[in-house]
Design a protein around this ligand. Sequence first.
Ligand code: G6P
Length: 604
Amino acid sequence: MCGIVGYTGKNQATPILIDGLERLEYRGYDSSGIAVSNDSGIEIIKSKGRLFELKKLTNGTKPEGVTGIGHTRWATHGGPSDENSHPHYSRDKKFAVVHNGIIENYLELREFLSERGFTFRSETDTEIVSMLLEYYYGGDMLDAIIKLRNKIKGSYALGILHDGEGGAFYALRKDSPLVIGLGEGENFIASDIPAILPYTRKFIIPDEKEVAVITPEKVTVYNRNKETVEKKITVSDLSADAAEKDGFAHFMLKEIFEQPGAIKKTVHDRITPDGIKLDGVKLNGNDIRKIYMVACGSAYHAGAVGKYFIEKLARLEVETDLASEFRYRNPLLGSDCLTVIISQSGETADSLAALREAKRRGSRVLAVVNVVDSSIAREADDVLYTRAGPEIAVATTKGYTTQVAVLYLLGLKLAHDRGTVSADEYSSLLSELKRVPEKLGAFIDEINPQAQYLAGKYYPAQDAYFIGRGADWSAALEGALKLKEISYIHAEAYAAGELKHGTISLIEKNSLVLGIAAEPALREKTLSNIKEVRSRGAAVIGVTDSPDSIKAECDDMITLPQTHPALTPLFTAAALQLFAYYVAAARGGDIDKPRNLAKSVTVE
Ligand code: G6P
């Protein structure tokens, strides 16, 4: 949700800033801009629209100078426009600011500044930051930034440029992600590590409310008490080309195909001859009374798969909750509860707030996170990484399936602790889980042309209904979200038995229904629901590992491979991702950057 980048060193800043912004575009892409300081002051170039609009204006080289900041925007306060694009100048143009987050008390501060003669060029919350810096500056930037920090409320990662500082720029963060990259005679800031991986692998992560002063030679970090602090340097092992498309038409397609490898990394060395090893996380299923799975978007859907699995296998009560609801609903938590926060980015504002709320109420918090050292990973009591590698497409694929894989491991471990799973079932699930990467790889290759064929047939659909029962319903939730977010077809997921309580009134001739009937014990029931919609004219794509049992009632089929029934949601997910991808491609959507969305949602 907005990407920020900053550079100071011996090279021209503009090409480095633009390159960094290109890698951050997944965070927001309705406008972009850069500010560079040089002998004539601070120069800003910014524009509404995609990054290529900015590239045209800068010609890849302008403004000249070796210190600068950049921004790619996902609008919150004020629509996408040239004026609302970042960076924002102060009144005297001596300061320029880029911001990711929301300054919650900006209206009050705008009034405060207006009373003191300041006027504003934009409708953003950010512009008050540059104006406040001008207001507070009395010769010492650090003091001005500390006064600013004491005044603003909300979430922020800020990059700040001040005229006449000879190569220095500043950064400050609270509840929004920011990394500082350390180079040789040059240093960087960015909203995430892959943005600056071509330049450095060494990073430090400022803590909440810390201020960093960045010059080409050094980075100095000050804590809340204005004392300098030693920061741990981490060396990223991500590969610099992890953010390249490798010949695939889109990152989403590449990431769908990367799933077998990502799941392999996630599960293999955690399944040992002595059972499941969860990276030293000490958990015993017998000490837990209740689990809350809390997340947003697809991560919430992964939690829904986990709920069915864990309840069934470990006989432990599991409640799934949307983080935006959980954080405000006074949840009944205590020390006998385990709160599992699931998040690909590890930065989602609502999930982070839910984590803090759970801790405040005495619950232990386990994070299931992809991005190493992200805020959620750092603040949780324990973390299990999903090891999916960088995910660039806004619509998650490998991020989601690796979350499901970790929840399977967790469920198996808890069931084993509690003695609720037989030795045979335990070892059969473990060995089948180990075989998932190989089977999934073969399945993706096999289903890819079929998904293209089905997309070619059904892409004009106006509405789609994904129905299923049990874990198939959880898979339906994710399938419908995938389709709607990238193809813009209205799609709904329904518990198959619930459809007739209202929504079936929408089914008419040629309505598209994806009937997921993989769970053996519920297949007959779902088949009845498929018959109900078909008799009202719907076109049905059946999704099952047992095609003979339902194909007579379906127009088309997606046949899943044979696996342990509990693991089919991973295969269903891959098939529905490919279907959504090819439908979106047929409709001409911007698949990796769908309208109105952002990958990392760091605002409420
Ligand atoms: C955004 C993304 C979704 C993602 C959700 C939660 O809405 O577009 O794909 O599932 O955020 O993100 P997280 O990083 O917490 O998993």
